[in-house]
Structures are given as C-alpha cells and as structure tokens.
Design a protein around this ligand. Sequence first.
Ligand code: NAD
Ligand code: AHE
Ligand code: ZN
Ligand code: ZN
Length: 369
Amino acid sequence: MKTRAAVAFEAGKPLEVVEVDLEGPKAGEVLVEIKATGICHTDEFTLSGADPEGAFPAILGHEGAGVVVETGPGVTSVKVGDHVIPLYTPECRECDYCLNGKTNLCQKIRATQGQGVMPDGTSRFSYKGEKLLHYMGCSTFSNYSVLPEISLAKVRKDAPFDKICYIGCGVTTGVGAVMFTAKVEPNSTAVVFGLGGIGLNVIQGLKLIGARQIVGVDTNPAKRAIAEQFGMTHYVNPKEISGDLVGHLVELTGGGADYSFECIGNTEVMRAALECCHKGWGESIIIGVAPAGAEISTRPFQLVTGRVWRGSAFGGARGRTDVPKIVDMYMEGRIDIDSLITHTMPLDDINKGFDLMHAGESIRSVVLY
Ligand code: NAD
Ligand code: AHE
Ligand code: ZN
Ligand code: ZN
C-alpha cells in the first residue's frame, strides 16, 4: 500500500513528507493506522546525527497511538479495530529479560530494532524502490506503520488518540521513572533537571506519589509556570546561581535530595544531579540521552559515600502490562496530559514541531493525521 510519511533522508536535514510504499504485515506483525504522534526530543537527537544508532534514510517517530488495520499470520494478542500504542520497548513475556523481574528491557527484537529493520531483518518501507529504515520499532511519523505484535499495547477505545499518543514515550518515561525505577517514597525530596516533556512528567509523578519537596532546575525560565502548575515547589535557574549549583541544591534540600532525575541528556548536568543527592542514600536517575561518545564522570567517593546512579528507559514500564494502566490513570483524571500538549499540527507541518522544540516554545507538539 501507499502511505504518507515524514522521511528523514539525511541527518541534520528537515523531514520530507512524501508518499512511501509499505508492505503488509508478515508473521507476528501488525499493520497500524497511526492517528496521532508526539515529537520527542529523542527524535530530534537522532535526526541531528548525534545518535550512534541513527541510520538514514528512516521514518522516525516513536510516540504514537492508532488502530489495528490488519494482522499477519499467527498474531493473537490484537485484532482488527483494536486501539493500540506502539512500544519502542516491547514486552515479549518470554525472553530472559522479561522473565527477570528487575528490568523492562525486553531484548527479544532489540538487535534488529536497533538496525532499523523488522525481526526478520527486512524493512516494510520503501521509496522509489529504495529501502527506508524503521525507527525504534515504531516509525510513527508514517500514517500507516507495521510493527511486531509484541510492540503493541492494547488500550481502551474511549481514550483520545491525540492525547494518549504521549503515553507512548514522554508520560510513561517521566511518571514511570518515579513509580517503577526510583520507587520514590511519599514525603521524599527530589530535584528534577530539565523541565521539558519528560521532566514535567517526572514532576507529576512525584506529586502523585506525595513527594514533599520538588525542586525544578532549568535554564529556560519560561518553563517555571507550567512546572509549578504540575507540582514543582522550588525553581532554580542555574544561570542565576552565582556560586556552585550543587552546593545551592544541597542546601535547598536540607543536606541533599533523596532522589534526582536528569531529563536533559547533558553529562555535566548528570554529574550535578548525582552530587546534589543526599550522602548515604540519595539516588540519581539518568533519563536524558547523551550524544555518541559522551561519558559521565564523578569522584568514586560520591558512590562510596552512598549515592546511587541509576538509569531508566521508558520509565521502567513493561509496555503491554503497564501502558493500559497509565491510559486508565489519564482517563480517570489522575494524570494531566492535555496541559502538556502545547501545539498540534498536520503531518505537512511536522518540521514546525521541531522548530518549536529548538526554540524552547513547546512542551509537546503532536502531529494529527
Ligand atoms: P525537552 O527539549 O522538552 O526538555 C529539555 C529541557 O532541558 C528544556 O526545558 C531545556 O530548557 C532544559 N535544559 C537544557 N539544557 C539545560 C541545562 N544545561 N540546565 C538546565 N536545563 C537545561 O526534551 P524532553 O522531550 O523532555 O527530553 C529530555 C531528554 O530525555 C532527552 O535527552 C531525551 O532524548 C530523553 N528521553 C529519554 C527517555 C528514556 O527512556 N530514557 C525517554 C524520552 C526522552
Ligand atoms: N540509540 C541511542 C540510545 C537511545 C536511548 O537511550 N533510547 C532510550 C529511549 S529514548 C526515548 O525517547 C532507550 O529506551 N534506551 C534503551 C534501548 O535499548 O535503546 C544510543 O546511544 O545508541
Ligand atoms: Zn521519546
Ligand atoms: Zn522479552
């Protein structure tokens, strides 16, 4: 079939909206009509050329929601008409990782997914006879996409696509990092670095769980108001701190934070996030994705004296199990998604979504098909 898609032909170039060819689903695969997709900073990261796994030409996008149109042979967990959220972290429920209770990082199809192809090693997308790569197993910047069955969370049909698409990454990443990765206890103190599409969801997770102090750190003061709306209790702009940022945060939190979250992808900030944690027990969760070649450093003494560095992918959520529950949280009014979707646009204007992100003017832009 033909489908319209925004294609990343080259790193560092705007996407081009063209009609591409899409092959139907093979065994274990599902054809999905994508109804809406968010634009995450990770799409920008890969498009910029900073992603070691970034390969082109590709159809980016990994924060979508849509409807099952066709199922390939052997598919049993979804059927035509089901509403689904694509999962860049699949859940096969049978690999060693899925069977180990300590991780959500299903590895069943990770190798081929990272190469931009389906589990059989081939792509379903092409343009003028040339292969186009899939991205993060999702490619939600295409109106129709083919995904492995294990990469789809089936969700309730009354949930609006234009909002729940954000659960496909940002919402789950932020709220999940608090609930599933850090397992933050009520009455904790926390520092959140980066008040964008991820950091604000960390803040709403912290508020939900009953944190008593939520410090937000961002160089863009325009993010302050919405962060306060979501539960931030103290705002720190590093540009306005004359001395040492870490010292300032340690003092503000009364000896260091119980938890910190890095939601930027900046390795200097990652160090500050660890070092502003409380001696003896403070835990810092790295969410931000850093460019190829970047490395983190700190004095080992920081770890010897009880601080913990931890990472979180997709908020530690097991997609097919947890994503439907997060959709319920939204539908029951327990989490706010609407306020974070600051801009919507048709696929033809998708590059404007990237421009708004670069300008720091949006929280989330959502493309409506
Ligand atoms: P965003 O662009 O919406 O937000 C980033 C925020 O950081 C902005 O508000 C910006 O002003 C602020 N910022 C930038 N540099 C700063 C600095 N030096 N000090 C303080 N604030 C600074 O991005 P996002 O969509 O929220 O994504 C954030 C990061 O999380 C990205 O690296 C993204 O790739 C990553 N991410 C990771 C996962 C995961 O599963 N681990 C999932 C989604 C996104
Ligand atoms: N490809 C990059 C790493 C990118 C990365 O860390 N991705 C996160 C999700 S970001 C979503 O917006 C993730 O899930 N990582 C775990 C995984 O298996 O990819 C690189 O550095 O190579
Ligand atoms: Zn993302
Ligand atoms: Zn698995």
